[in-house]
Design a protein around this ligand. Structure first.
Ligand code: F6P
Length: 403
């Protein structure tokens, strides 16, 4: 990462880390600020960041090196994407980082956040910086002043990344403009694609399964059945919920799968919906339409195999949770891109995968996340994560859980 303080570097690094971990890469953020606070104490005033303060500059360079050493060691241990989260504000510092990484055989992409919009900077200082341990027990106005001085100290020596430094992406004014240079290969390209769609505007994301289906009543998996009477009652309640929560005049983007039970659940909302094949339920292949008891009886090896490694288990001629995550990637980018509230009406396995991304849960946990029928999960982005609320709308549906 590259950028002056309060340019959203940590936010971007964490969002990238969440996305890449969810896609299955071993990913970790190395935040040099945390190393500094742990090693040198958190309460340093702006003079500590003055480039003319030789002693402090040496101490800062030292903690940056320790964090870099840790990152390189972590790569040697099997890490795949390391996000080195620091200001890296001079060409000299970046050269040291890049030389060290390249010597270890690592590919380097600089992600620079540039922003001169005073309103954005002010809001970033107030929302995130004032809550840092650096300013615990500080008068807020004094803290804002001190942080502004800290930024000014960095700005005196700041050098933006230039083309001869190698691959980079520049996010200018919170993604209003993006510049990419020498981005090659699959992963760096995914990174740019993701960053192009990222924005910091918080809006709720609602996840809900379809109303109870006729297959749910019979405890059968998969299929394309219609709603049961209880499922229809849920659809009507969902419509009332959205009308109250969003109101008639506000927009909400509604995504469904291409299966009838989600389309029918969204119909009473009376709004435009987008059908995504990527949101269709996990493909149970040869087991589609069976109950779990039938699978256990007729295909005991398959049943046991799924029990023992549910995340990687792939149904014969069907999918695994890992496969589901892969096909959901464009949906995630679309959810990130939307600036209005989003409601996803989908299925148990698919929503578990989306939930794991939004709540930053390790992917292998997703087959076990609870996503009950007739319950709306409301996730509201906070600075670095999401706040969660579960709203049970009823009526009580038949429990479809593994025997
Ligand atoms: O039972 C409902 C259902 O959506 C099935 O169609 C699907 O196979 C299943 O849930 C996914 O849950 P699990 O991975 O726990 O079997």
């Amino acid at each position: 990462m590259v950028g002056l303080p309060a340019r959203g570097k940590t936010h971007i690094a964490r969002r990238l880390a969440r996305y890449l971990s969810w896609l299955g890469y071993s990913t970790r953020v190395f935040n040099v600020g945390n190393y500094r606070r742990a090693r040198l104490g958190s309460q340093k005033d702006q003079s500590f960041f003055d480039p003319d303060n030789a002693e402090a500059s040496a101490a800062r360079a030292e903690v940056a090196k320790v964090a870099l050493d840790d990152m390189v060691a972590w790569f040697a241990d099997g890490g795949e994407v390391g996000l080195y989260d620091a200001t890296n504000s001079t060409r000299e510092r970046r050269l040291q980082v890049a030389d060290r990484c390249r010597a270890a055989g690592l590919q380097v992409v600089f992600v620079e956040s540039l922003c001169e919009d005073e309103e954005v900077i002010e809001s970033n200082i107030r929302q995130t910086k004032l809550h840092m341990p650096d300013y615990a027990n500080f008068d807020p106005e004094r803290a804002v002043d001190d942080f502004r001085q800290r930024i000014a100290n960095y700005a005196r020596v700041y050098e933006p990344v230039v083309p001869d430094e190698g691959s980079f992406v520049k996010l200018i004014d919170v993604g209003r403009r993006l510049e990419a240079h020498r981005i090659q290969g699959y992963l760096p390209s995914r990174l740019v694609y993701f960053l192009m769609n990222l924005h910091p505007i918080p809006r709720p994301i609602y996840l809900t399964r379809h109303g109870e289906s006729l297959f749910n009543v019979e405890h059968r998996i998969g299929g394309d059945s219609l709603l049961s009477p209880r499922g229809e009652a849920f659809a009507a309640r969902l419509s009332g919920f959205v009308a109250k929560e969003i109101g008639e005049d506000r927009e909400i983007s509604i995504f469904t799968s291409t299966l009838r039970r989600t389309i029918e659940t969204a119909r009473p909302l009376g709004r435009t919906t987008v059908e995504w094949r990527a949101l269709d339920e996990i493909d149970a292949g040869d087991c589609d339409g069976m109950t779990y008891e039938e699978i256990q009886r007729r295909l005991p090896d398959e049943y046991e195999s799924r029990e023992s490694h549910k995340f990687d288990y792939r149904y014969p001629r069907g999918e695994s949770y890992r496969d589901v995550i892969r096909r959901l990637e464009p949906v995630i980018v679309e959810i990130e891109r939307e600036r209005t509230p989003v409601m996803v009406v989908a299925h148990q396995a698919v929503l578990r995968a989306l939930y794991a991304y939004l709540m930053d849960r390790p992917p292998h946990e997703c087959p076990h996340i609870e996503v009950p029928l007739h319950t709306v999960i409301k996730l509201t982005p906070t600075t670095y994560a999401c706040a969660e609320e579960r709203i049970a709308l009823g009526p009580t549906a038949s429990a479809i859980t593994r025997p």
